[in-house]
Structures are given as structure tokens and as C-alpha cells.
Design a protein around this ligand. Structure first.
Ligand code: ATP
Length: 675
């Protein structure tokens, strides 16, 4: 049986970070040294240790009294300092120099308001002023438990945070959950787990954390979102070689994984560069290692909790043995209980102790449940990350295969391009040769053209000299011609005068010959008629004698004409005597010619010509007169304009008819002539 001095409960060091378990911790290894109740004394010791570790300047003794605590905490400054220590900048307090008596409770109010905000139970301001400090102590202990729970959550996500701060408060955040509710603890744990994964605060580590994890990983934190793919391979390999990943906070590693995955998802082709995939695998391996370590750590802690529970069970059994009246033990404890009776009343204390032990056991059970849940969560997280890693490896494999396929495509394309380049080179060579041939040909043509040009220039020069010479000769000729032209000009000026005189004399001759002339043309006998049937007895130049036997002694009759044309006279000979009258028309005189005779005497033959005449010699007077009119008017066109029009009429049975009119109403006289 152990003596009272042997019944020291030596708490393993690992339990220092655990909240409720540490209620039973006595740094000097003894129970019940406090002037307060045994349990409350232990609570107070735990609180004192915690406060001293948070704010070393307080330097509370282990036997701190209510009065000392009240004196220290009553103005609220220390309370606010505790909060700010746990969560930097969480409250703004009034400095001590500004504190006046009326506003002394300002910092206390601020502290209590912060507790309300965190959802933690609070005390009243009056508790700080008088009476027991137990509500204040309990409140601070719950705050401590809460901070340790958060510290445990932090430990689950970062092994380095405990290394940087023994209690891991520097980067903690608080999420209140009622201390003895399993469901709410689960909710709180899940919340913390979610917080570790998604909190922006975790993605942005504190300055001290960055300092601890090293500059290499700090560079990774400085990478802008969606720029992992652009990170140089040298920098990634340097980071992977260094121990920066080992020192980096887990939430930062998760942020890197999430960043790479988000970047991969947002990229259209979903490809992950090889170097980034290597970094991803390295980070995943590091996370996996940490999860395994954490799980192992939690299993160890669970075992320790179980050992601790067994010890408490043995203690309970001892106490039960004491209670059941073990004599020796009773005697030993009797003295002790006697002393305790004197101080407070042993029976009540024992019952209270039993109740607290039972509560402690319940708390242990709850804790175990929480730890079990945490272990399960971590196992689930590990499984999830393993599946994610395998998924990532699969995707990396797919990406590699895709990359290989694309590489082959590129190889194929580059091969095709090389072939095309070769073909183009060949074609360009042939074209170059063609162009060279053409160039040589063109050069020869140009040379030929150049020599021809030279010859042309020489020819042109000689021609120019010839032209100059010819111009000189021409000028001389022109001068000579001008000299010769002078008499001609003079002669032409006289020519018009002479011509006018000629006209005048010509028409005077015609007048002298007679304005009215009568010619007689004797038609030859028609085919089939006898010559003897002719009545012409004698025919001279101008005289004609005809015989009419039916008249008896007056049978012979003579006629006189201006001229008589015999049967052998040609059409041209007839016109030659008429032609001067035609020319007289163009000099402005009126001329009228008509043929007169009996039917068949030859009028049409003389004026027009025989029908169907093809020979020019057979043309009659009309054709020849018109021909002369046009010829003479053309020759005089340089100095006289003539208008010539034709009208053909027939006078038959004293009726005049227009032979050219197409309008029947206009055919008979009088005609309406329009020009
Ligand atoms: N000088 C001539 N030489 C040859 N044949 C002629 C000559 N004169 C007229 N004849 C012929 O005589 C015929 C009658 O001539 P044409 O018709 O000229 O007579 P006409 O006086 O005009 O008759 P009509 O008054 O009836 O019209 C025609 O066959 C014509 O060829």
C-alpha cells in the first residue's frame, strides 16, 4: 500500500498541452497544497501557470490569493492583454495612463464584450470588485481551454507552429463551443478543420511563421494567383531541393495545391506543366507525411489518455478502498481527513471530489470521443488526399500521354514542315536557275538593245544632220517658191477678172448665136423598115427638104434649123452642141431644153438613151448634162457653192404630171415644191 507521500501523480510532459487533463497537474507533484479547495486550488495553479507563460511580467506565485488576482485583473488591462496575446489586435483597450476611476471598467467591458463575441461564458463586473474570484477564474480557464483546443487544431495543421510558440497562440483564432457537448465539439472540430482548409488567414501566414519556414517557401507564398505554370523550372527545383517544404505550414501547402489545381481547372486545356506537377507531387507527399505523423501523434496521445484514465481508475479504486474502510489506509487518511475536516469539512469535500472525478471522467470520455473523431477525420482527410493525389497522378499521366501525343503531332507537323521547306528550297532553286537563265537572256537582249540603241543614236544623229540639211534646203526652196509664187499670185488675182470676162464673153456669144435654138435629129430607119420609105429628099447643115407625094406639086417642102443631126449622128455629137448651155446654167443663166416629135421619132432615145443601155456612149443628154453640172460645180467649190435639185414632169394631153412624186395627190399640176 502506498503512503501519502508515495501518492504523487506524476503527469507526463506530453499532457502539458492538454486542457482538461492538466487540471490534475501539480508542478510540485503534490495534491491539495492550495488554501482553496483541492480542485479549485489545482484550477488556480493551472491558471497561474498559464497566465505566467502568456504574460511573464505578471509573475504570479503558485499561492496567489483572490485579492492579488483582483488587484491585477480589476482594471481590465491584463484581461485585454491576454486576449490580444491569444489573438493579436482582437481588442482595443484604454491605456493605463488614460484610466480614470469612472472609466476603470472600460477595459473590463471590452474584455467581456470580446468574450460574448467569441461565444464564451462570462463573469460579471461585480465579480472583480467583491466576493469570490471563482467566476473570473472559471472564465479564464475556459478561455485557456478554448485556446488550447485551437492550439490542438493548429497542431493538426502545422507542426511548426508549436515549435515557434510553445502554446501555439500566435496564429490561433477562436471558435467557441460549449465545453461538455460532444455534438457541439464535433461541430467545432469540423469548423476548425474547414477553417484550416479555407481560412484566408491560413493562406497568408503570419510574419513570424514565414520567418520560420524559410525564405524559399516564402517565395512560393509571394506567387500571384494563377502564376504557378509561369514559375521558372530552376526556382521550382531549388525549392524542391531545399527543406522549405518541410518547414512550411500545412495550410500553406494546401493553398499551393489548391492554387495549382484551380489554375489547372481555369486553364482551358487543363494541362499542368511537368515542373509544376513535380512540385505538386512533392507538396502532396509532404502533406501525406504530415497527416501520417499527426495520426500517429494522436494515436499516441489517445494511448496516453487511456493510460491516464487507467491511473484515474486506480485512484478511484484507492479512494473507494479508503471509503470502504480499509483500516490502514483509513488510519493514514483519517489523519489527513481529520485535518481536512478541520479546514473545511471532510465529508462534503470527499463527495465533491467524487463528483469532480466523475465529471473528470466524463470529460475524459468526451475528449477521447473528440480525439477519436479527429483521428477519423484525419484518416478521412488522408484517404481523400490520397485519392486526390492518385487522381492528380492519373491526370498527370493523362496529361503526359496527351503531351506525348501532341509532341508526336508536333514532330509529325515539323517533319511535314521540313519536307515542305525542302520542296520549297528545291522549287526556289529551280526557279532561281530559271530566273538566272531569264536574267542572262534579258541581259543579252538588253545588251543587244543597247547596241541597237547606240546604232539608232548614230543613225538618229546622221538623220538629224540630214534633216537639218534638208530643212536648210527646204527653207531655200521655200524662199525660191515664195519668189516664184509672187507672179502666180499676181496671175491668179488677174485670173478671176479674166474668168469673169470669159463668162461674160461666152454668154454674149451664146446670145449672139440665139437664145432659142432648134435642132433637128433624123432617126435612122428601124430594123425591118425599108430605106426607100424615107421622105427626106435633101438634108444640109441647117436645111432639110422632105417630100409628101399626096400634095401634088406642093409635095416638096423645105425647113431651116439651127443644126440638123443625121441618122448616123452619135449621142456625144448631139450633146457637144448642147453642152455650152449647161455650163451657162452654172454661170447663172436659165436654160430650158425639150424634145418635140411624133411618137417613135426618138425623143426618149436622145434625152435619156436607149432602154438598158450599158455603154457610156449611148447615154443621153440628161445624164451627160447632170454629169457636167456636178463636175463643174465640184471644180468651182473653192469659191462657189451650188445647190442642185431635179424635177421630172410629163406633159401629156395637156396634163402636167410629176414623175418623181410618191404622193398621188401631188402628182398633178400645180405642184407644191418644198426645199
Ligand atoms: N438615133 C437613133 N438611132 C437608132 N435608133 C433610134 C434612134 N432614135 C430612135 N431610135 C429608135 O426608135 C424607136 C422609137 O424611139 P423613141 O422611143 O425614142 O421614140 P419617141 O419619140 O420617144 O416615142 P414616143 O413619143 O411614142 O415615146 C426606139 O426603138 C429607138 O431605139
Amino acid at each position: 500500500m502506498n503512503s501519502p507521500s508515495d501518492r504523487k501523480i506524476i503527469v507526463p510532459k506530453e499532457f502539458d498541452n492538454l486542457d482538461d487533463i492538466s487540471y490534475g497537474v501539480e508542478r510540485n507533484g503534490h495534491l491539495g497544497l492550495s488554501p482553496y479547495g483541492e480542485v479549485e486550488g489545482k484550477h488556480r495553479l493551472v491558471l497561474v501557470e498559464w497566465l505566467n507563460s502568456l504574460l511573464p511580467s505578471l509573475d504570479f506565485s503558485t499561492n496567489v490569493t483572490d485579492g492579488e488576482l483582483r488587484a491585477c485583473l480589476s482594471n481590465g488591462t491584463v484581461l485585454c492583454l491576454i486576449l490580444n496575446k491569444l489573438r493579436p489586435g482582437s481588442v482595443t483597450m484604454v491605456s493605463e495612463s488614460d484610466l480614470s476611476l469612472p472609466s476603470q471598467s472600460e477595459n473590463v467591458k471590452t474584455f467581456l464584450k470580446a468574450l460574448d463575441g467569441l461565444g464564451l461564458p462570462r463573469f460579471e463586473i461585480s465579480d472583480l470588485e467583491k466576493g469570490s474570484m471563482k467566476p473570473v477564474v472559471d472564465c479564464l480557464l475556459i478561455l485557456r481551454i478554448k485556446s488550447l483546443m485551437n492550439s490542438l487544431g493548429e497542431n493538426a495543421s502545422s507542426t511548426s507552429s508549436t515549435a515557434s510558440s510553445p502554446r501555439g497562440y500566435a496564429a490561433s483564432s477562436f471558435h467557441y463551443s460549449p465545453p461538455f457537448s460532444v455534438d457541439k465539439r464535433r461541430a467545432s472540430t469540423e469548423s476548425r478543420f474547414h477553417h484550416v482548409l479555407s481560412s484566408p488567414n491560413m493562406a497568408e501566414p503570419s510574419a513570424s511563421l514565414i520567418y520560420q519556414v524559410g525564405n524559399k517557401f516564402h517565395e512560393v507564398f509571394q506567387i500571384k494567383p494563377r502564376s504557378y505554370a509561369d514559375l521558372p523550372a530552376a526556382k521550382i527545383s531549388e525549392m524542391m531541393k531545399s527543406n522549405s517544404l518541410d518547414n512550411a505550414p500545412t495550410q500553406s501547402l494546401l493553398s499551393v495545391v489548391n492554387g495549382i489545381l484551380e489554375e489547372s481547372v481555369e486553364r482551358r486545356n487543363g494541362e499542368i506543366p511537368h515542373r509544376v506537377a513535380c512540385l505538386l507531387r512533392k507538396v502532396s507527399q509532404e502533406i501525406e507525411r504530415r497527416i501520417s505523423t499527426q495520426a500517429e501523434h494522436l494515436r499516441t496521445q489517445s494511448n496516453l489518455f487511456k493510460a491516464r484514465e487507467e491511473k484515474y481508475q486506480s485512484r478511484i479504486r484507492v479512494l473507494e478502498a479508503i471509503a470502504s474502510g480499509n483500516k490502514e489506509e483509513s488510519e493514514i487518511f483519517a489523519g489527513k481527513l481529520q485535518r481536512l475536516k478541520v479546514e473545511k469539512g471532510k465529508d462534503e469535500e470527499k463527495k465533491e471530489n467524487e463528483k469532480k472525478i466523475i465529471r473528470l471522467m466524463k470529460m475524459l470520455d468526451d475528449k477521447n470521443l473528440v480525439i477519436l473523431e479527429l483521428t477519423q477525420k484525419l484518416e478521412a482527410a488522408k484517404t481523400q488526399y490520397e485519392s486526390q493525389c492518385s487522381q492528380l497522378e492519373k491526370e498527370a499521366g493523362d496529361a503526359k500521354a496527351e503531351l506525348r501525343r501532341k509532341s508526336q503531332d508536333y514532330e509529325h507537323q515539323s517533319e511535314e514542315l521540313r519536307n515542305e521547306v525542302k520542296e520549297l528550297e528545291t522549287s526556289s532553286d529551280s526557279k532561281y536557275q530559271e530566273w538566272n537563265v531569264k536574267k542572262n537572256h534579258l541581259q543579252a537582249v538588253i545588251n543587244f538593245q543597247f547596241s541597237s540603241l547606240q546604232k539608232l543614236k548614230l543613225s538618229w544623229e546622221s538623220i538629224r544632220q540630214d534633216v537639218v540639211k534638208e530643212q536648210t534646203v527646204y527653207a531655200e526652196e521655200c524662199n525660191r517658191l515664195g519668189v516664184n509664187l509672187k507672179p502666180l499670185v499676181h496671175a491668179s488675182q488677174n485670173y478671176q477678172v479674166i474668168l469673169a470676162e470669159n463668162k461674160k464673153m461666152f454668154n454674149e456669144i451664146l446670145e449672139l448665136k440665139g437664145n432659142i435654138r432648134v435642132f433637128c435629129r433624123i432617126r435612122p430607119s428601124l430594123v425591118g423598115k425599108k430605106e426607100t420609105q424615107s421622105i427626106i429628099e435633101d438634108m444640109g447643115e441647117t436645111d432639110l427638104v422632105v417630100e409628101n407625094p399626096s400634095k401634088g406639086k406642093d409635095a416638096l417642102r423645105s425647113f431651116k434649123f439651127n443644126k440638123i443631126f443625121g441618122p448616123a449622128t452619135t449621142q456625144g455629137e448631139v450633146y457637144s452642141d448642147i453642152q455650152p448651155f449647161v455650163r451657162s446654167v452654172l454661170d447663172g443663166y436659165n436654160v430650158c431644153m425639150f424634145a418635140y416629135g411624133q411618137t417613135g421619132s426618138g425623143k426618149t432615145y436622145t434625152m435619156t438613151g436607149p432602154s438598158g443601155a450599158t455603154s457610156e456612149n449611148l447615154l443621153g443628154v440628161n445624164y451627160r448634162a447632170l454629169n457636167d453640172l456636178f463636175r463643174i460645180s465640184t471644180s468651182r467649190s473653192s469659191f462657189t457653192d451650188y445647190e442642185i435639185w431635179v424635177q421630172m414632169v410629163e406633159i401629156y394631153n395637156e396634163q402636167v404630171r410629176d414623175l418623181l412624186s410618191t404622193d398621188d395627190s401631188q402628182k398633178r399640176y400645180p405642184f407644191i415644191i418644198s426645199f
